[in-house]
Design a protein around this ligand. Structure first.
Ligand code: CA
Length: 224
């Protein structure tokens, strides 16, 4: 497998270097950007497999970076925040990050989450399955594309994986814990809100009925 590229966007040098060293030791090719504008430029030039993105940055902040780098094609993003309350706010906004970590964080935990996210993407993309249909929506796992009425709908990698899971298992209702395990690959105390926020942004993009809520249980395909 080709060496995976990770872009670390962090203006605190000691954190950036600690993360980069560890990822380098894990076999990743790592670049560091230390402000918003250079993060966007480097992302366009290098086409990284994943971006670790600090929220507070010089130039413009991580939210703006996230928005700009996701404009053309989805790139997996793990967002770093300074406080849990910030994470809560971002999760509520559905900013398009796939995962969040609050500082101070364990570099080992960050690396574990990076591996989990990359494994998940690999699993969907390499699945031998052909396109799955859900009502008028076509979901193509090999190309990670969602088409509705001949138009592509741009989803983040996590939104795509949730939709693909629902569409592949029509009639099945998943609890939030199951979704955390099946999609994110680990269980997290803040996971429930993470799941809710990704469901909310899926609905913003595909319509309220794209996902079915079963109160007190969880979520499933909206058009099974
Ligand atoms: Ca910062």
């Amino acid at each position: 497998m080709a060496q995976r590229k990770i872009l670390v966007v962090e203006d605190e040098r000691s954190i950036a270097e600690a993360v980069a060293d560890r990822l380098g030791a894990e076999g990743f090719k790592v670049s560091i950007a230390s402000d918003g504008p250079s993060a966007v430029t480097m992302c366009a030039e290098q086409d990284p497999d994943l971006v670790v993105l600090d929220l507070m940055l010089p130039g413009f902040d991580g939210l703006e970076v996230c928005r700009r780098i996701q404009a053309d094609k989805p790139v997996p993003v793990i967002m770093l925040t300074a406080r849990d309350s910030e994470t809560d706010k971002l999760v509520g906004l559905g900013v398009g990050a796939d995962d969040y970590m609050t500082k101070p964080f364990s570099v080992r935990e960050l690396v574990a989450r990076i591996h989990a996210l990359l494994r998940r993407i690999e699993r969907t993309t390499s699945s031998a399955e052909g396109p799955v249909h859900m009502g008028d929506i076509t979901i193509d796992p090999a190309r990670r594309r969602v088409i509705r009425n001949d138009e592509e709908v741009h989803l983040t990698v996590t939104e795509f994986d949730l939709l693909h899971l629902f569409a592949s298992r029509p009639g099945v209702v998943f609890t939030r814990e199951q979704l955390m395990r099946d999609v994110w690959g680990y269980d997290d105390p803040t996971g429930e809100r993470t799941v809710d926020s990704h469901i909310a942004s899926l609905r913003r993009k595909l319509g309220q009925d794209a996902v079915r809520t079963v109160h007190g249980v969880g979520y499933g395909s909206g058009q099974g």
